[in-house]
Design a protein around this ligand. Structure first.
Ligand SMILES: NC(=O)c1ccc[n+]([C@@H]2O[C@H](COP(=O)([O-])OP(=O)(O)OC[C@H]3O[C@@H](n4cnc5c(N)ncnc54)[C@H](OP(=O)(O)O)[C@@H]3O)[C@@H](O)[C@H]2O)c1
Length: 325
């Protein structure tokens, strides 16, 4: 499988990155281990997670995904074979005991980054994270402070490179300028929402900025949480997955037109709609490697096939037209 470069980080990735929010959520520990083993077998060895995954699942508090990955790495002894991407800054941390106020130990404050990395390294049972990402912008903390804290982690060998997620184009541009002005490490990647159903925000400004700046784009919800697999065609299908309840927003005339176009291209190419939706992303010059997850080995097979599926220009044009916002 041809590898792609994550911006200027020096890190390479397969064309599809595996999304680790399923570990400890829609997959229990044993099922997670089976999927992780399969990922190594098929060469999808870049895995994205976050300190907060998967806090939203009943009974969870966050950290479950990293802990499952860490236990699996320890059990298999294969840390060197896997590229680990994680994130900090979504979770609100504990408040300061010294009365300085919460902003000193939350979001992307230096103290919270320093604490968050230790917690992630412990759960992941490793001594180094390949790509450490700011999960969302923190307007309360000066960019130079966060970037300085990330720089300290790189110097200490705890993190190889840094990335941003959910930043606006304006703030990402500002962060890059601050890095250059202060001689600090720069965000090498951006993790934005981008898929055939959610195009506008990325295509308007973020994509062009990332291309100009050489920032690697690793977009999330590449399958629109499963909608682009085509398994939700009516409300009666929502019960097919724990994710089903979230599909109502996509089940619109535009959504159904997108599924029709995916069906047509999939038939022509002897592929599946999920493969075609990912191949459409891979055909976009601004995209480095979409992030998608899977809960079965058959779904992982779809991800593998997508990684090597090249769509002809007329198929891309058909899909562009059907999904235009
Ligand atoms: N930075 C951020 O703020 C942010 C936010 C969200 C996500 N992310 C990242 O993006 C990753 C991917 O997000 P996601 O998993 O929510 O969305 P996704 O990749 O769009 O959807 C994946 C889900 O769709 C279903 N699916 C996958 N392949 C399928 C197939 N071939 N046929 C039928 N169903 C299929 C599976 O769920 P079921 O089997 O359960 O239906 C799978 O878990 C996350 O793990 C995370 O790493 C980042």
């Amino acid at each position: 499988m041809q590898q792609r470069k994550l911006g200027g980080s020096g890190i390479a990735t397969p064309p599809i990155i595996f999304g680790g929010n399923v570990f400890g959520w829609t997959l229990d520990k044993a099922a997670s281990f089976r999927i992780l083993d399969k990922l190594v077998d098929v060469g999808l060895t870049c895995i994205d997670t976050a300190d907060v995954y998967s806090a939203w699942a009943p009974g969870n508090q966050g950290g479950e995904s990293e802990a499952i990955i860490g236990d699996w790495l320890a059990a298999r002894g294969n840390r060197a074979k896997v590229t680990i991407l994680t994130k900090v800054g979504m979770q609100m941390g504990p408040r300061d005991a010294d009365g300085n106020g919460p902003k000193h130990a939350v979001g992307l404050s230096p103290r919270w980054i320093a604490q968050g990395v230790e917690d992630s390294l412990r759960r992941l049972r490793t001594d180094s994270i390949d790509l450490y990402q700011a999960h969302k912008d923190d307007p309360e903390t000066p960019l130079a402070d966060s970037l300085g804290a990330f720089g300290d982690l790189i110097k200490a060998g705890k993190v190889r490179a840094i990335g941003a997620s959910n930043y606006s184009a304006a703030r990402l541009g500002e962060a890059l300028a601050v890095s250059a002005q202060h001689g600090l490490p720069r965000y090498q990647t951006l993790q934005p929402l981008y898929n055939m159903m959610d195009r506008k925000v990325f295509e308007a400004e973020l994509g062009p900025l990332c291309q100009r700046e050489g920032i690697g784009v690793i977009n999330y919800y590449a399958l629109a949480s499963g909608f682009l697999s085509g398994k939700y065609r009516s409300e009666a299908d929502f019960g097919k997955s724990k994710r089903g309840g979230g599909m109502a927003k996509y089940l619109t005339p535009r959504g159904l037109a997108v599924l029709d176009a995916l069906d047509a291209v999939a038939k022509e190419m002897s592929a599946t709609p999920a493969q075609v939706a990912l191949a459409w992303l891979l055909a976009k010059p601004a995209v480095t490697a979409p992030i998608a997850s899977a809960t079965t080995e058959a779904q992982v097979d779809d991800l593998v096939k997508a990684a090597t599926l090249t769509l002809p220009a007329d198929a891309v044009a058909t899909l562009d037209g059907a999904s235009a916002e």
